[in-house]
Write a protein that binds this ligand. Structure first.
Ligand SMILES: Cc1cc2nc3c(=O)[nH]c(=O)nc-3n(C[C@H](O)[C@H](O)[C@H](O)COP(=O)(O)OP(=O)(O)OC[C@H]3O[C@@H](n4cnc5c(N)ncnc54)[C@H](O)[C@@H]3O)c2cc1C
Length: 535
């Protein structure tokens, strides 16, 4: 066996998976067809949940260090150009401001970490460098996955090296993180269902060193142009690069569109122009046998709302602890079976959330009128009307904290089934809950530390409010499975209030597996369920 896990694709998802596995000491080989990370424009915002995950992985400050500086506003504007008064200005806190808000509030409603603007072409080389420091991880660029064959205890992949030679890599598990065109998914015969090729855009990556400093209408990250061409200028992490999206006929028109949007003389370089398509697609399955799929290989979303990569990071960390548990010998077969059940429903909800956000954007764009820039009463009315509609509809893209933090694994076989419906899923509103399956809300403890930071890499039995219950039977049952377990006593009224129960059993990914005010009546059954020993 060459390795324990073979990961195909070093996009943000494959790289995050490699780091998450490597930190747990799982040996993995990550192969990537490109010779090196490319400077191509794609995502630019890690959401709050991804940053919480990166905090647990110990890399959050590294990500922030190369991302947009903490003081830069994250505002969103709807404009006719960068020199005319904005039609709409939606202010959003900079990372520094968001951190101050998080520090000042302690009711579980905010994430532990704010979002971070970081361009995908900055994030990928950083994650690659981090992965390469982990002894358990081997990263091979210039190595293309060709096909695989599955045996009873291994998967053997055929790969093609940069010099055209073919080689085989045998692994216990194979994970396809190879993006929307996933060759791994195609070999499994798994189809994507939903809406493909909804709209087509051109995207340009532009270097323009002094533009950001010269924007006098207000600093932000997104400038949507009300122009009937869906033109959209995005500030990248160093504030010297910009991406421009527009619905135009050819590449050459992108330069004219940029000049029209900035409307001031600037020196600039077009580094890249390409086409991309909007899709809302979900894979029918998230893998088969010893082969799993994650990220864009299983869900393709419209970037509106920024849920694409962020959903994939969630897939990666979920799969990582389950694979590690099985490879370490304490995870039962139900753990890996639960990957698809838990993550596919998140993929489905996030594809829907991205459709909801995209429809909102289309709704205000539909209010564009050719007279919108005219200095006439009709022009003023068109601007005011579009701004009114956008003030409602554009927010859908930027305020989906419910989708980001509020996802909960429903009907999972490795979560104790609490009777009842559970709180509703909402895209916009996030209401903290410890309903089994939910992410543990963030709470500051009396000593100033964050509850999340007190939780280890395995399961945690959290005993709040003086821990009056005798949890010995549950501890013994869990330890008998070989699963790593910490018992944590926290005497903190706010934490008890936010968590809503005296006892919580938390999984390695900080999702609630069980909760109660008394020790569980069937501790062996609970331990078997959460470690995947009951199919
Ligand atoms: C314009 C735009 C803006 C976006 N903005 C955001 C945003 O703000 N937030 C967000 O969360 N998402 C955003 N997204 C989506 C985000 O970019 C994707 O969801 C993300 O890249 C998916 O990551 P991934 O690792 O799953 O796949 P990919 O990034 O597609 O990576 C797959 C990797 O696999 C490699 N590969 C493919 N086939 C093989 C093979 N046979 N062998 C070896 N390697 C292979 C590829 O070269 C590639 O490096 C945006 C997308 C676009 C187009």
């Amino acid at each position: 066996m060459d390795t324990q896990v073979l990961i195909v694709g070093a996009g943000p998802v494959g790289l995050t998976l490699a780091i998450a596995l490597g930190r747990r000491g799982v040996r993995c080989i990550l192969i990537e067809q490109k010779p090196a990370p490319a400077k191509l424009p794609k995502m630019e915002r890690c959401n709050a949940r991804t940053m919480e995950i990166y905090r647990r992985m110990g890399i959050v400050e590294k990500v922030r260090a190369v991302g947009l500086p903490a003081h830069c506003p994250m505002d969103v504007f709807i404009v006719t150009s960068l020199i005319e008064p904005p039609l709409l200005h939606l202010p959003y806190p900079s990372v520094a401001e968001a951190r101050a808000q998080i520090a000042a509030k302690n009711d579980g409603s905010l994430p532990l970490e704010p979002y971070q603007l970081i361009s995908q072409y900055t994030l990928e080389p950083l994650l690659k460098a981090i992965a390469e420091t982990l002894p358990a991880v081997t990263v091979r660029y210039g190595c293309t996955f060709v096909s695989f064959a599955e045996g009873s205890d291994a998967v053997t992949a055929e790969v093609e090296n940069a010099d055209g030679t073919l080689a085989r890599i045998a692994a216990r598990y194979l994970v396809g993180c190879d993006g929307g065109g996933s060759a791994v998914r195609r070999q499994l015969g798994i189809k994507l269902a939903g809406e493909a090729n909804i709209m087509q855009f051109r995207q340009a990556l532009i270097r323009c060193d002094d533009l950001y400093a010269r924007i006098s209408i207000g600093k932000g990250r997104h400038y949507h142009v009300a122009d009937g061409k869906a033109t959209f200028l995005i500030v990248q992490d160093d504030t010297r690069h910009f991406t421009l999206h527009a619905s135009v006929e050819n590449d050459a028109e992108m330069a004219a569109m940029f000049e029209r949007t900035v409307a001031m003389p600037v020196d600039y370089q077009m580094l890249y122009v390409g086409e991309w398509k909007q899709n809302l697609l979900l894979a029918e399955r998230y893998g088969a046998g010893r082969v799993f799929l994650a990220g864009d290989a299983v869900h393709l979303m419209i970037p509106t709302g920024g849920l694409g990569m962020n959903s994939g990071v969630g897939d990666a960390v979920d799969l990582a602890w389950k694979l590690a548990a099985v490879l370490e010998g304490w995870g039962g077969p139900g753990l890996l079976a639960a990957y698809e059940i838990e993550r596919r429903q998140v993929g489905e909800r996030n594809v829907a959330a991205s459709g909801f956000a995209a429809r909102g954007r289309r709704a205000w764009r539909a209010e564009y009128r050719p007279c919108i820039r005219d200095n006439t009463p009709e022009g003023a009315a068109a601007r005011a009307h579009l701004a009114r509609v956008a003030d409602r509809e554009q927010r859908k893209s930027n305020e989906m904290i419910g989708a980001e933090l509020g996802y909960r694994y429903v009907g999972s076989p490795i979560i104790w089934p609490e009777p009842g419906e559970g709180p509703p899923h909402a895209f916009i509103d996030y209401r903290p809950t410890t309903w089994p399956g939910a992410r543990l809300p963030h709470v500051w403890l009396k000593d100033g530390s964050a509850l999340h930071d007190r939780l280890g890499e395995g399961y945690t039995l959290l005993r709040l409010n003086g821990a009056r219950a005798d949890t010995g039977a549950l501890e013994r049952a869990l330890r008998a499975t070989g699963a790593p377990l910490d018992v944590l006593d926290i005497d903190d009224a706010v934490a008890r209030d936010v968590c809503g129960r005296d006892l919580l059993l938390l999984r390695p990914d900080l999702h609630v597996a069980w909760r109660g005010n008394r020790a569980p009546e069937e501790p062996e059954r609970l331990a078997a369920i959460v470690t995947g020993r009951i199919l």
